[in-house]
Structure formats: C-alpha cells, structure tokens
Write a protein that binds this ligand. Sequence first.
Ligand code: SIN
Length: 541
Amino acid sequence: MQFETDFLIIGSGIAGLSFALKAATLGRVTMVTKKNKVDSSTNRAQGGIACVLDKNDTFADHIRDTLISGAGICDEEVVRMVVENGPECVRELLRIGVHFEQDNNGQLDLGREGGHSTRRIAHAYDLTGHEIECTLLTAASGHPNINILENHIAIDLLLASKSDTAGSEASHRDSCHGAYVLDSQTGEIHSYAAKVTILCSGGTGKVYLYTTNPDIATGDGIAMAYRAGARIANLEFVQFHPTCLYHPKAKNFLISEAVRGEGGRLIDENGRLFMQKYDPRGDLATRDMVARAIDTEMKTSGNDSVFLDITHQPADFIKKRFPHIYKTCLSYGIDMTREPIPVVPAAHYMCGGILTDMAGRSSIESLYALGETACTGLHGGNRLASNSLLEAVVYAEQAFQQCKKDWPELARKNPPSSPSWSSGRAERIEECILITHNWDQIRRLMWDYVGIVRSTQRLHLVQETLAPIQQQIRQHYRDYLLTPDLVELRNIALLADLIVRSALARHESRGLHYIIDYPNQVAEPLQKFTTLQKPPTPAHH
Ligand code: SIN
C-alpha cells in the first residue's frame, strides 16, 4: 500500500521530535520508529546540553572549546551559528516543559565536562536525555498532526530522477519522496510518500562489539542515504566514550563524563592517577585524548579495565547528583561512594554522517538529515561533550525554517507514485543463525581492527574479510523475506565498509582517527571532510 504524508521523519530522538513539533504547524507529520518510541540515543544521554547560559560564560569561549576539541577541522561558521542559537533553543525546551536542574537561586545548575573551559551543561542530574525525550514525546503524542508509527523500520528511500521529474535526459536520481517501510509486526512493506523526508535515526554504535548506544543504533539513516547516492562524510571519526561500566553482566552502561566534571579521577589498578602523563588537562581532557590514554594503559598493563574514583566526594552529593549511575552500579555490587568503578572505552558517537548544509539539507533534494545521522561540520574530528543535543535542537529549527520558507511550493507538490515493494521469490528465513553469525562477525571485526588505534594493514584485512560477508548478506536479501534483523544487518555491514574506506582515505592522525602509519596531523592541504558517494546507477540497470 502507499500512504501519503507531508513530512516523513525516520527516528524518534530529540532531533526528530523537535522537528516534528515544529513541522506539525505546517502539515501532516508521520514518524517512523523501529521499536518503542522511547528507544533512542537521546533517552540514554546522561550528561546534558552544552550551552552559554551563565553570565560569566561567552559565545567566544564555547566556540573556542568546540574548535579545539574538533582538532582543527570544524566548520567555524557552523560552530558559531550553533553556539549562538543555543540559548534560544534551550529556552524553547524549557517552554515545552523540560525540567533542567536549578540551584537555590533559581538559576540553571550547570555541569562541567571534558574539553569545556567552564560549567555550561544544562542537565536533569544524570537522566537529562530521558527528561527531554519524555517531555517531547508527551507533546508529540497528543498532537493531532503527528502520527507515530512504532515497530516500523525504514528500508530504503523512494527516489525520482531528474528525468522522472523534469523530463530531461539526466539518469541520476536526485530527489527523495519518502521511503519503503517494514511493519515489523505484520511483515508487510508499505511505501510512505512524503514531500519532505528527514533522516534522524541516530548513530552507528552497534557496528562495534562494545558500545554505549541502544540497540537501534545501526546506522540505518546513513546507510539508506548512501544507497540513494547522497554525500556522506567523516565516518572515520568514531567517538569512543572513555568510561563505560566494565562488568560481565552490564550491557552498554555509560558512566557520564559529568562524574569527572564533579571531580572523578581515573586511576589504574594500583590506585595511581595516570591522565597527567598524557595530557596537561588531566581527567578533563577531550574525549579522544582520554580514550586513547585508557587504551594505552590497558594494553600496557594487560588489564581488562581502569577505574574511575569519586569516593572523595560526600556520599550524599554523589547519590543526589548521579542517582541513576549510583543505583545501576549498586545493582552490580559496586558502591561508587566507597569504591572506584571499573571502566573501559566503548563506541559512543558517530561524528560523521550525511553531509548537510546549514539548513540540514543533504545533497539529495527534499532529503534532510538531523542529529547524529548528519555531518554538519560542527564536531570536526572530535565532538565536544554535550554538543550533540545542542546540535540536534538547533538544526531542527534550521530545517524547519527552511521548510517554512519552501512551504508555498512544497504544499503544491504531489510526490510521484512509486512501485509496490516486490519480494520476488523470497521465503521466510528458517535459521536466524545466518543473520546473527554475520552480525557478530562484523561487530567483533570492527572492535578488534577499527577501534581507537588503527593501522593500514588491519584496515585492509577488514576489507578482505567483509567482502564475502557482504556478498552473503546480498544473497540473504534476495532469498529471504525481510525482517528488522536482516535490514539492520545489511546496514551495519555497509557502515562497517564505509567507516573502513573513510579511515583508509585519511592519511593522517587527527582527533578521533589515530592510525599508526600516519601518526601526525597534516598541516596542508587541510582535509576537512572525507566524503563518500555511491556512483550513480545508469537508468537502464
Ligand atoms: C556523557 O554524559 O558523558 C555523555 C554526554 C555526551 O556524549 O555528550
């Protein structure tokens, strides 16, 4: 069946919900979310939203901190725009009902994180993402113009070529008018035709064996955009969060950087502080430096983790400031008020993504990308802590303003009808091991060979190993009826390949990308973006 909507939003985190609430003032909005609408990376964000909100803080300082963290390749114009629009966007979240913590004088209580020269993180203790997600969801769920489809996963974008739309000879496809979407409960695949399509499906953490991300983070938006021919950038910049809880039973539990912001110190198994050896900023150095230092410590000592110690702070303060972390650690038998927490780095954030302009537009007409799915130029080679939620809300507003401007023309547009999805001779998959085995292979391979420290040899080895796996997945894709697991497997396999290709294309070490064959930064020519784009498929193929 074909459904029609004005705005098709793929993903239900802070970027998608913020845009949805605005776009619903223009037309009908359909949101597609893979699982439960609350399953998003936003929901897990502990730290908060970085923004100039204190009278002693300045835009210039936030801009400078972002540029330093980004290792010389942020787009300065974008950084300025995001930082300067931040306060208004945070005020808007407050108006919608998001509750950020306040001090005794009624001022926002601002936290500190690595790479920030001052306290500037608005937070709801260590549940900030959850607070934002729930508030925006409540607003969106009750909105008459917003329809949220849970348990639906987008497969591929609906495209029209110039020749389809303008009758020219051009054979390349360059306009998006919706997506094919799988209803995971019925197994049916429908097309959702839209005037504007927004990809905001989060990041790519599940490409790696160890990650702080939720299960939904399989790079779906980036994979769909790449297959559609959009420009993708900077996928080599995978941010590893330095402190993920190390416990055999804990799955992906983040220990917020705010713990170091409140005085937490990294120590080795003998209780020795080690960060000063690596960076004069110590425990509050930028994430690339801290994650690399921990990696070096673990490789040198042969230990399975390092430790994060905040026991010198009063127990009552720790329990009040970090209620979620305290309770979760305690459930694993670790009392963080009395003993150090074992921690390891884990894949956390994709700084690259679908390349967009300042309005969030991709290189394909009518296709936008927001949040972690996008590469706007804000993060450069290493995202500054808590700049991601900021980017999401600012770009939701930028994209909305662009759509509002285009609305008189968009409102007249009728998306072309698209062919129904054909499953050919595909059959139900009987052995799910075919999927899970490939899934495990890829994630282990990426963790072992494309992690914090890389080498050209290992990257080539990954390419050789991935090629037959991708071939098998292509075959599964033809042979079996689509399931969410198969759709995600196809996406993580593509993302793994694209990350490796980007890493091979950058012949220097910069920010999060450290490669032993090129240990230094290249001064000139400065390569801001490593871009990848699928060559156009000739129309007759
Ligand atoms: C954290 O709380 O450490 C995560 C915040 C972020 O990734 O910006």
